[in-house]
Design a protein around this ligand. Structure first.
Ligand code: HAM
Length: 455
């Protein structure tokens, strides 16, 4: 039997419904913050990721899926979304758009050749957002608050925001020197990769997976002690905006992130749920003011964030969050002979167009089997189509829970179903946007304020 590639997943059934729900909350929340959806290619030229993410990062040296296309070009399956978004911003000259900053979000598959384990896949789905063209600390705070709000809208409670600052170029240079001075006398105690990282990119030693538990790494100098005044003030401003937005966070000087493009603000959001294991970071991001220029565009200050949908779904399940997932159908249509079957085909179409969730029989089951199937599909109502009833313009409809059956005129079927299914559900007027100054219903009038919106 041919099996799926290692580290990839088939998402189907109830899990697929949870994914769709998570994605719908992401879409709705992004809309509130006025982020526009963007789709960029799943593969890009290899050079983009080398220049963007950094030659000495684990992602680029060990984890990319590289291939040569039939025209001999070097291509890479995207390991993340930020570099592609920047390429698109530059290539489409979005920087010329007067409505800076450009605020976009995406949701798609990324590819990293990692050692698969719970929460770590080779094909992963990430959603992410990027703000391109603003250096305002308010945009840093907004991205963090947006990420937190998506988790909150989904119902996750046990989350923790860790933030840190890497500072500007001068601060980073000072920090780099401090790291080299610190690690040099002990370099023999670190892995081979770290030995080459020392001169090339000592920051990468700090997120080495091999040496992660080495005390040397834990006691290494912290970025925050090397920030110059400007960087420190900027970090203070980000924190102040977070306080104003009532977003809780902790300053964690150990957050350095695994990609090279960051400067100033970096952050990660953790799930504090038991059972999550070591891959409990739901998402991470930060500021990257030099990526656009690195790939040939103008110097553009940017900030963004990304989060793995698989990890979110895991957190929702571990926190046992109740989700509004539709796991039943309104009506199951049964039939015995060909004439009834044709009517089922017609009626299913009519009822679906009227907005009901309707299913019928497709595999030749007898009536007993069809009743069982209706139960499996959690049908709220069932109809056994019967030629005689149909000739009388009638239909037998049964409440599949109470087992009560009624014979009604075919002409009123839609009204009947509507009334039965929506019984006790009041029309929702909570968002009364009638614009009528006289209207004082606060959206709760139930239609009694008689303004045009409710008519
Ligand atoms: P990242 O930290 O590499 O950042 O990935 C962000 C999130 O993607 C992780 O926190 C995790 O939830 C998920 N993720 C990453 N790798 C895997 C994997 N192998 N399996 C499952 N989930 C995974 C970025 O990708 C940056 N582009 C974020 C960013 C956007 N920075 C600025 N803008």
């Amino acid at each position: 039997m041919i099996q799926k590639p290692k580290g990839c997943n088939d998402i189907y059934g109830r899990e697929a419904k949870i994914w769709k729900y998570v994605e719908s909350v992401i879409d709705a929340t992004m809309e509130k913050y006025n982020y526009n959806y963007i789709r960029t290619p799943i593969f890009e030229s290899t050079e983009l990721f080398h220049r963007g993410i950094g030659e000495s990062t684990d992602i680029v040296t060990k984890e990319t899926y590289d291939f040569t296309d039939r025209g001999g070009r070097n291509m890479t399956l995207r390991p993340e979304g930020t570099a592609g978004v920047c390429r698109s911003y530059v290539e489409n000259k979005m920087y010329g758009d007067p409505t800076q900053p450009v605020k976009v979000y995406y949701n798609g598959t990324m590819y990293r050749y990692e050692r698969p384990q719970s929460g770590r896949d080779r094909e992963l789905t990430q959603f992410g957002m990027e703000v391109l063209g603003s250096d305002d600390p308010l945009s840093d705070a907004e991205v963090i608050s947006l990420a937190v709000n998506i988790y909150k809208m989904l119902g996750l409670k046990e989350i923790k925001v860790n933030i840190n600052s890497l500072g500007d170029k001068d601060s980073r240079d000072m920090y780099r020197k401090a790291l080299i001075d610190y690690f040099k006398p002990h370099i023999g105690e670190l892995c081979e990769d770290c030995q080459t990282r020392l001169e090339k990119n000592p920051l990468r030693i700090l997120d080495c997976k091999v040496d992660a538990d080495n005390e040397l790494l834990k006691n290494a100098p912290k970025t925050i002690d090397y920030l110059n005044d400007e960087s420190r003030e900027r970090f203070e401003a980000v924190k102040e905006y977070l306080d104003i937005m009532q977003v809780s966070y902790e300053v964690n000087p150990n957050i350095v992130r695994g990609l090279d493009y960051y400067n100033h603000t970096v952050f990660e959001i953790e799930a504090k749920v038991e059972g999550f294991g070591s891959n409990n970071v739901l998402g991470g991001g930060g500021r990257y003011n030099h990526l656009c220029s690195e790939i040939g565009g103008p110097e553009t200050p940017c900030i963004g964030f990304a989060s793995g949908i698989g990890r979110i779904v895991l957190a929702l399940e571990l926190e046992k969050i109740k989700m509004p997932i539709v796991e039943d159908i309104d009506l199951f249509l049964m039939y015995v002979n060909e004439e009834e079957k044709k009517y089922a085909a017609y009626l299913a179409q009519e009822l679906r167009m009227a907005g009901f969730i309707v299913d019928t029989e497709y595999t030749g089951r007898g009536l007993k089997g069809q009743f069982k199937q209706a139960d499996r599909l959690n049908a709220k109502y069932v109809v056994v189509l019967n030629s005689e009833d149909l000739n009388n313009n009638e239909i037998r409809i049964k409440n599949n829970k109470t087992k009560e059956e009624e014979i009604i005129s075919l002409d009123v079927l839609i009204y009947y179903l509507d009334e039965q299914l929506n019984a006790g559900v009041e029309d929702d007027y909570h968002e009364c946007h009638c614009g009528n100054d006289e209207c004082s219903c606060d959206g709760d009038c139930g239609g009694d304020c008689h303004c045009h919106h409710h008519e």
